[in-house]
Design a protein around this ligand. Structure first.
Ligand code: ADP
Ligand code: ZN
Length: 294
């Protein structure tokens, strides 16, 4: 079998071909322009490679609920050209193969569960801290959708008393994404996060916010592991700080073997940036399997 994987991001589209053992055979990236410009190129790429199924991890909000009337439709995204565009249908029509779809963060979470830092676990949260903050949630052995899909980046956290920075989320006054994403760090401190490595106060604040977000997700979902990925988490000094602050905030309330070893509980992503595309590859395999069963 040849599986196609598409990580559909707001700035770039990563396409890949892989096999049923999770081997990536080739990869190709193009910028995300308008559907009119970008989709034909994507369709051509996968058509030429004669794939048996396609898996898509898409930026959201997007209808990922199988069986829903608008399954595949990108909803109220700030990327206006893609608003109300159905990203699944053109592939189904042009390629006549089953197409699996989930959000980009759920796909990344799935990639880590199947091939990476959470292999074999049934309950995992993947938090990406980048341009935005998103939480991919795998619970009880499946990706969580619910009404639409979780939006774990927008949970409310407590603002630090010394933080006079702005919450950059247009909808909330103190959500995790608005206070702790890469652009929010840049806005608060006046420089890109990567240029702030040596400023201890930046990471003190950032780790406090991340620990709050993680604590909330942990208390609700009780995951066996939490994986932190995305550009901001390249700042490796964040990991020990986040673990310390998480332990302090939990304050002994929740005692499990996993939480007694926080260095294996809150961990960096394991696939070197490939978790998203690997998750899409698995979505493709799953779509093929479902078709076979039906
Ligand atoms: P995206 O979220 O757009 O998919 P990334 O996960 O790379 O992409 O996140 C981009 C954000 O992460 C930007 O705000 C950028 O400033 C920040 N970032 C990227 N690399 C680093 C780094 N090495 N250290 C700190 N911040 C980084
Ligand atoms: Zn928000």
């Amino acid at each position: 079998m040849r599986y196609g994987a598409l990580e559909a991001g707001g700035t770039k589209m990563v396409c890949a071909i892989g096999d049923e053992n999770g081997n990536l055979l080739e990869q190709y990236t193009i910028p995300t322009l308008t559907p009119e410009k970008t989709m034909p190129e994507l369709i051509r790429y996968f058509a030429e490679r004669r794939i048996d199924a396609l898996g898509i991890g898409a930026f959201g909000p997007v209808d990922v609920v199988p069986g829903s009337e608008s399954f595949g439709k990108i909803l109220h995204t700030p990327k206006v050209a893609w608003r109300d565009y159905n990203i699944v249908e053109p592939f189904v029509q042009a390629l006549s193969v089953p197409v699996g779809l989930d959000t980009d963060v759920n796909a990344a979470c799935l990639g880590e569960v199947m091939y990476g830092a959470a292999k074999g676990l049934t309950d995992v949260v993947y938090l990406t801290v980048g341009t935005g903050i998103g939480a991919g949630i795998y619970s009880g052995g499946r990706l969580v959708h619910g009404m639409l899909h979780p939006e774990g980046g927008h949970i409310l956290i407590q603002r630090h008393p010394k933080d006079s920075g702005e919450c950059i989320c247009p909808c909330h006054t103190h959500c995790l994404e608005g206070l702790a994403s890469g652009p929010s760090i840049e806005k608060r401190w006046g420089r890109k996060a990567i240029a702030l490595t040596d400023c201890a106060e930046v990471w003190e604040l950032e780790s406090d916010y991340l620990a709050q977000g993680i604590m909330n997700l942990l208390l609700i979902l009780s995951p066996q592991r939490i994986i932190l990925g995305g550009g901001v988490m390249q700042q490796k000094q964040l990991f020990p700080l986040v673990r310390q602050k998480l332990a302090k905030k939990l304050n002994g309330y929740y005692d499990t073997p996993e939480l007694r070893r926080l260095e294996t509980y809150v961990v960096p992503a394991g696939l070197d940036g490939a978790q998203g595309i690997m998750g899409c590859l698995y979505l493709a395999q799953n779509a093929k399997l479902l078709e076979t069963i039906e």
